[in-house]
Design a protein around this ligand. Structure first.
Ligand SMILES: Cc1ncc(COP(=O)(O)O)c(C=O)c1O
Length: 370
């Protein structure tokens, strides 16, 4: 018989992008729903995806190359180009989406005796969940308190997690702020896990990819999901050095990146930089426009440097749950942000999408607050 375990007490968090589930509940087809609850690049996937797929299909009868040399090289060249980072293949750990990288990291430190991690709030829920799944204790502090923590406090944690730009707020911290914090964490012998899932859609210059070499306490987590709008393919990677990189590589399941993900991911990294540049330009203008429309409707919008906006609904007298419900009457799915630890029931998050979709969102919200 299987014994009782602390795992039995852990509940998985609620994520965005639950289009099929919501469509089933509402008795409509998933295609009718415009999804603002998951934050993808509105100008992606690139048109070339179809031909990349066709090129890869004939190789599905083979195992992927488990050394992932071409994928790793593509990631190294991409990061060199985007942020000036100099990396080697052994610094790149392929992941079945970036969530697998969090898991590999936590397993790697848990096997070496880690006990406690620091997760600021609000932020992406998987850092705390994955840590708890491996028996680590999770301490929480407000995001804005984090950068003021001194070395003595940081040294009480085996790892601290940061998301840049942060999800759900969209707040971007500049490279200098992060480097100072990284130095403090190194002196405290604490790992810094930096999630750069939205970096390509925000500010490539803010990446710390170039710091992996000098800082064995740094692990960067990257994803192709958001930048290229391929949540279904599951492509991510971690960047680390020294013993940590070796251990994560050992823990990585064989062939964890399936053939389509590895080959299409490589092509994206090699050939779609122009698309990312165009996307950033588009997002900057459209985010501003959408933000103004939301403010006109009476919402307080948090400053964001990412492809999504978090806003407070309290002034309209409607809770996030009510807004979600009312928007669904117009087949518009928005994210109730109260599932993020530390966020109350008055917060909604929306993706910045194509102009025509954003107009539909604004119309649905207009009706909702009317
Ligand atoms: C901040 C952040 N990091 C990582 C992920 C996971 O992405 P992936 O699809 O690469 O596992 C998400 C997904 O929502 C996210 O919001």
């Amino acid at each position: 018989m299987i014994e009782d375990s602390f795992l039995d007490e852990i509940k998985p968090p609620r994520h965005g992008g639950r289009v099929e589930e919501v469509a089933r509940e509402r008795g409509i087809s998933p295609e009718e729903i415009i999804d603002f609850s998951a934050n993808m690049n509105p100008l992606a996937p690139p048109e070339s995806l179809g031909s990349y797929l066709a090129d890869s299909v004939s190789s599905l009868e083979l195992y992927p190359d488990d050394s992932y040399g071409k994928f790793r090289n593509a990631a190294i060249d991409f990061l060199g180009n985007e942020s000036g980072a100099k990396l080697e293949r052994k610094n790149v750990i392929p992941g079945n989406g970036s969530v697998e990288i969090f898991r590999l990291f936590i397993r790697a430190i848990a096997t070496a005796g880690a006990s406690t991690v620091l997760v600021p709030f609000p932020t992406f829920s998987e850092y705390a969940l994955q840590s708890r799944l491996f028996g680590l204790e999770v301490d929480r502090k407000k995001y804005r308190e984090l950068f003021g923590l001194d070395e003595a406090i940081l040294s009480g944690y085996d790892a601290v997690f940061l998301c840049n730009p942060n999800n759900p707020t969209g707040t971007l911290r500049e490279r200098e702020t992060l480097v100072k914090f990284l130095e403090k964490a190194r002196a405290a012998e604490t790992f810094l896990v930096l999630d750069e899932a939205f970096n390509e859609l925000s500010s490539p210059g803010a990446s710390l990819a170039g710091f992996v070499y000098g800082f064995p306490n740094l692990i960067i987590v990257r994803s192709l999901t958001k930048a290229f709008t391929v949540p279904g393919l599951r492509i991510g990677y971690g960047l680390a050095s020294g013993k940590l990189a070796d251990r994560m590589e050992k823990l990585r399941p064989p062939w964890n990146l399936n053939y389509l993900a590895a080959s299409i991911g490589r092509r994206f990294l090699e050939e779609e930089k122009e698309l990312l540049k165009r996307s950033r330009e588009y997002l900057e203008g459209e985010r501003k426009r959408l933000r103004e429309k939301l403010e006109d409707l009476g919402f307080s919008v948090y400053p964001s440097s990412a492809n999504y906006l978090l806003f407070r609904t309290k002034e309209t007298g409607l809770t996030a749950a009510e807004i979600v419900d009312r928007c669904l009457d117009y087949n518009v799915l928005v994210r109730n942000a109260d599932s993020f630890y530390g966020v109350d029931e008055w917060h909604v998050r929306v993706a910045v999408k194509k102009r025509s979709d954003n107009e539909k969102l604004v119309r649905a919200l207009e009706q909702a607050v009317d």
